[in-house]
Design a protein around this ligand. Structure first.
Ligand SMILES: [Zn+2]
Length: 387
């Protein structure tokens, strides 16, 4: 029995009751009942499944990417049970004036601006709709093609839900502060204090859309010993939306927004313990209990496995608060399964230090809990609001 079948069965019941029924039935999802249904490509049994991917880009900065059938059948295969599915909202301009005949595919390959490419949501929706019901049950598509500095962004999100009902589970990954990217976006720069963002997070809470938000916690190459510059603004905006499920991508880190001191002369370890204290303070704050962290991106994995001490610290926090972290790859348009498993395997030394319970939650069941709840709530909103 697929999750979509389960969702169909609980369609006309109240959301609360639906949740209870769903959670009791979900045990069947990855088990023999699902595997016995006719399908294209392998459908994993729970035992072969390494993880669910909470952070996955099907397409790149020029809207090119992996064929969705290849993604489900060959890349997820029997190793990845479920996955989020989104493109990238920002398109890199190919400016002839800037790079001539060189066609940039990444934001670091050109000085030309990025702009919001809303058509990405239609591309993702159509890709999802081209799949069988069994394949669809393994994916959670996300809306990304809106400008978070635009008070009209909510209208875009509503319009996508109305045009493609039955498809989306959430919004994001979208970015507020992102090293090298924010300053390249054409038009007004997004900010945590812009009411346009509050409107987006309000709508997500109302509809039940899960949110994946990228916001660097700090400026690039920040000095050690100072509070990260965006931390208090970020906490404030999160606290203003307690009814919205928000996943803070990459625990707020970036390529040069590091948990460690970034000056080449430092020993690189000074800020690490302090950083985990900041994260732990958020995890124990009852006003932030709706906030989760994804540990996606190989850049984040590098910090976590940098030294025996960093591994120990990371594992300790994951073991202590296992409900609050989700694994994801943050891969962009991967060519094959090896690319997905490479990011997962970077974490091997930390997986080895987790309790079986914590490991299962971070790799799989937190994803299932958050995105199953989102699916139920968004479908219910669509029934009441899409005519
Ligand atoms: Zn990402």
């Amino acid at each position: 029995m697929s999750t979509s079948t389960v969702l169909g069965m609980v369609r006309h019941r109240s959301a609360r009751r639906s949740l209870a029924i769903l959670s009791s039935l979900l045990g069947l999802y990855a088990g023999a009942a699902l595997a016995s249904e006719p399908t294209v490509g392998p459908v994993p049994r729970a035992s072969t499944c390494l993880f669910n991917d909470s952070h996955f880009h099907l397409t790149n900065y020029v809207q090119q990417g992996t064929d969705v059938h290849t993604y489900v059948n060959a890349i997820m295969g029997d190793k990845i049970c479920r996955s989020t599915l989104f493109g990238i909202p920002l398109q890199q301009t190919w400016s002839y004036e800037n790079s001539g005949n060189y066609a940039p595919t990444y934001y670091l390959q050109s000085d030309a601006p990025l702009y919001y490419y809303s058509f990405t949501d239609a591309v993702i929706a159509r890709a999802y709709q081209s799949l069988s019901k069994e394949q669809q049950a393994r994916l959670d598509p996300m809306i990304t093609g809106f400008n978070p500095a635009d008070m009209y962004a909510v209208d875009h999100i509503r319009r996508v839900l109305q045009l493609f009902p039955g498809v989306f589970s959430g919004i994001g990954e979208f970015s507020i502060h992102k090293e090298f990217v924010s300053s390249k976006v054409a038009g007004e720069t997004a900010s945590l204090t812009n009411p346009a963002l509050d409107r987006i997070l309000d709508l997500a809470g109302e509809v039940g859309l899960a949110v994946i938000l990228h916001c660097d916690i700090d400026m690039p190459f920040a000095k050690a010993g100072q509070e990260p510059v965006y931390l208090s603004q970020m906490k404030d905006v999160l606290r203003r939306h307690p009814k919205t499920t928000i996943i803070w991508a990459h625990i707020g880190l970036g390529r040069v927004v590091q948990p460690t001191q970034s000056q080449a002369t430092s020993d690189g370890a000074e800020r690490s313990p302090a950083y985990m204290e900041l994260v732990e303070a958020m995890l124990t704050d009852p006003t932030l209990s709706h906030v989760y962290f994804d540990i996606s991106w190989d850049e984040v994995a590098k910090y976590a496995v940098a030294s025996p001490e960093s591994m120990q610290r990371t594992a300790a926090v994951l073991n202590k608060y296992p409900e609050r972290f989700l694994f994801g790859t943050d891969n962009v348009a991967p060519a094959d399964q090896a690319a997905q498993l490479r990011v997962f395997n970077l974490w091997a030394p930390i997986w080895a230090q987790l309790t079986p319970e914590a490991s299962l939650k971070v790799r799989r069941t937190n994803y299932e809990r958050i995105f199953d709840a989102a699916r139920i709530r968004v479908r219910e909103w669509e029934r009441n609001n899409v005519h």
